[in-house]
Unconditional design. Structure first.
Length: 260
């Protein structure tokens, strides 16, 4: 029997999954570049998240590594349990460590989806985000290719990442947005007006960097930021990331403590 999800469940991309997800960006090398220092530990963290802690929402992207995180997810979890949602993202080019460049050329987006299908060893990406809107490419063209890939059965549900409320309104006129992924945490600079709009539209909001990334966040530990996020709104489904098994245990313990 799978363990109970730490913070209850939420429906994302048509699947009931744990409200607490797991992000894979920190499973790669420094600067989200290359392989992890300890590959076995990275694989064990993924397996522990799913099989020990009952986390059934795994978030990744072709840009993490690049490609490294998708390979790790496949190696650790394939064949995927039926209740697990594997979400990935396309549309960002990685020219060097720590560098992220939006690339929304429709041919690139299509080739990226095809490559993610092969790396994850699936016939359909259950949830695929446009990782970052490319402001140098017509947004309608980026929307059109994502919708075409959905119509072809290669993408089950489409999400948006790093977007404004105006982006959500515009894209929502052309396709169904399954989830929005933006940064949100206790840091006052990271409060996001898209949270309220997603609540009004009943779109799950998936915050990345939920623990923050600065000295203040490290000093606070995990209890306060996770408590703050989970009580902020019911449609929020955070995806903290870590490469350390003990840190994962701390996050889950904090979430379970908040639920009591």
């Amino acid at each position: 029997m799978n363990p109970a999800p730490p913070a209850g469940t939420i429906t994302i991309a048509g699947k009931k999954v744990s409200r607490l997800g797991f992000g894979t960006m920190r499973l790669t090398g420094p600067g989200s570049w290359g392989d992890p220092e300890d590959r076995e530990t990275a694989l064990n963290v993924l397996r522990k998240a799913v099989y020990t802690h009952g986390i059934s929402h795994i978030d990744t992207a072709d840009a993490y590594g690049p490609h490294t995180a998708e390979h790790l997810v496949q190696e650790a979890l394939h064949p995927y349990p039926e209740d697990v949602l594997i979400a990935t993202k396309v549309g960002v080019l990685r020219p060097a460590p720590g560098q992220w460049v939006p690339l929304g050329n429709p041919f690139y987006l299509r080739s990226s989806v095809e490559a993610s299908l092969r790396r994850l060893r699936v016939e359909r990406l259950d949830l695929c985000y446009l990782h970052h809107i490319d402001r140098e490419v017509a947004l309608d063209d980026q929307i059109a290719v994502m919708q075409a890939l959905h119509d072809e059965g290669k993408i089950g549900h489409i999400g948006l990442s790093k977007v404004t409320p105006e982006d959500i309104d515009y894209v929502g006129k052309s396709l169904t947005i399954a989830a929005v992924q933006n940064v949100l945490n206790m840091h006052p600079d990271n409060l996001d007006p898209a949270v309220e709009l997603c609540g009004e539209l009943q779109i799950p909001y998936v915050p990345y960097s939920p623990l923050g990334a600065d000295a203040l966040a490290r000093a606070q530990g995990v209890l306060a930021p996770m408590h703050w996020l989970l009580n902020y709104a019911d449609h929020i489904a955070p995806i903290p990331s870590t490469c350390e098994p003990r840190h994962l245990d701390e996050i889950v313990a904090a979430v379970r403590a908040n639920a009591k």
